[in-house]
Design a protein around this ligand. Structure first.
Ligand code: TRP
Length: 374
């Protein structure tokens, strides 16, 4: 079946094996997992369930990042968000993992909000919209619990005086023909779009510029962003910097369909600001079920957890392996009904969101502690 994964479009039933091959990323093997697990253990933490379950499944140069770290050469983290709408659960997935990395390795995080990108690529959004959304989204970033003092959040237009000269240095080394080949631009693409990847490259080396020495960079991101960092990795050594390393995750499926959860289709997404009743309603009504049409049939034949969206979401959100395995078997055997499985997800989501929403409100007063601008 056909699928598409680019920074501008994610659709269809994604074959992650094919993506690994097409993009040229590497699988995260048992050797790397063991090394990360040992670092986590020093902080009293187990290996993150998104690593245990292959949700963060691929990487570039992760071995090098660990080698350097173990030699005492710490890396910094870089990730970001395109502020095109409200934050939903799908966006939180890589951020939750990034927070874990920050806790385990005790490192700085640079978080880019690409208000320029979303303005340039979305015909319906004005710059004022994406700038406002950047501030809104930043509340969710802070609510995830990143360390104050070690976390630097900025928007591209708000930090342009710092970012732009560096972006120019990148852009000079990037030809239109490369940008076209990587991103599929044509004569009808606006020139801002063609330039944009230069802005996304900058945080991968800005801390090195500011420190006056090269610092390794690790970028956790959803796999669709890899084309940007392929370009970045190609150019960085030519500018005298390290290639950034990266670690890639799968997409949380939409409630109703395959592919990525889309913020533009309200029913397929659970927003971080949805209240408990809304969450319950959306999941019960829209979560695609792998169950049988009637209770009798379900008890007799069992459900299919592998296509059931509620189960899939629990693999992203339920940290307890034993509990998850139990759900899997109970559902497959027919002991657990679709409605019951959905309610388990509702409970998990509402537990997560209650804390998040409280921290998100508190974050309004803390924005200045995290926000960097010129
Ligand atoms: N372009 C990304 C998006 O549309 C936002 C982004 C900027 C990003 N820098 C990043 C995402 C670094 C991951 C890592 O969502």
């Amino acid at each position: 079946m056909a699928f598409t994964v680019t920074p501008w479009e994610v659709s269809g039933a994604i074959d992650y094996d094919k993506l690994v091959e097409q993009f040229g990323v590497s699988r995260i093997g048992p050797g790397l997992l063991k090394r990360i697990e040992a670092h986590a253990a020093k902080k009293g933490l187990p290996l993150h369930h998104m690593l245990r379950r292959n949700i963060f499944f691929a990487h570039r140069d992760l071995k090098w990042i660990l080698d350097e770290y173990e030699k005492g050469n710490r890396f910094f983290l870089y990730t970001g968000r395109g502020p095109s709408g409200s934050t939903h659960i799908g966006h939180l997935i890589p951020w939750l993992f990034t927070k874990w990395l920050q806790d385990v390795f005790d490192v700085e995080l640079y978080f880019q909000l690409t208000d320029d990108e979303k303005f340039l690529f979305n015909p319906k959004l004005e710059l004022e919209d994406t700038q406002r959304l950047a501030m809104e989204n930043a509340l969710d970033v802070i609510a995830v619990g990143f360390k104050q003092g070690k976390t630097h959040i900025f928007s591209n237009t708000g930090y342009a005086k710092t970012l732009y000269p560096q972006a120019c240095r990148v852009a000079k080394k990037l030809t239109f023909s490369t940008a076209k080949a990587v991103f599929g631009f044509g004569n009808d693409s606006n020139v801002g779009q063609i330039f944009f990847t230069s802005m996304q490259a900058v945080p991968a080396f800005l801390p090195s510029v500011q420190a006056g020495r090269n610092i390794p960079c690790l970028i956790p991101h959803a796999i669709d962003q890899d084309p940007h960092f392929r370009v970045t990795r190609d150019i960085m050594p030519r500018m005298g910097y390290y290639k950034p390393a990266s670690v890639q995750c799968r997409f949380l499926p939409g409630l109703t369909e395959d592919g990525k959860m889309s913020a533009s289709k309200a029913d397929t997404a659970i927003y971080t600001t949805d209240d408990a009743r809304t969450v319950r309603k959306k999941v019960l009504k829209h979560a695609f079920s792998g169950g049988q049409p009637t209770v009798e049939e379900h008890r007799a034949k069992g459900g299919d957890p592998d296509i059931d969206v509620s189960y899939q979401w629990l693999t992203f959100l339920e940290e307890n392996d034993a509990k998850l395995t139990q759900v899997y078997h109970d559902y497959k055997s027919g002991r657990l009904l679709s409605g019951e499985l959905k309610l388990m997800l509702v409970e998990k989501l509402n537990g997560l969101l209650t804390g998040h929403q409280k921290r998100r409100e508190q974050a309004r007063k803390r924005l200045d502690d995290f926000w960097v601008k010129d």
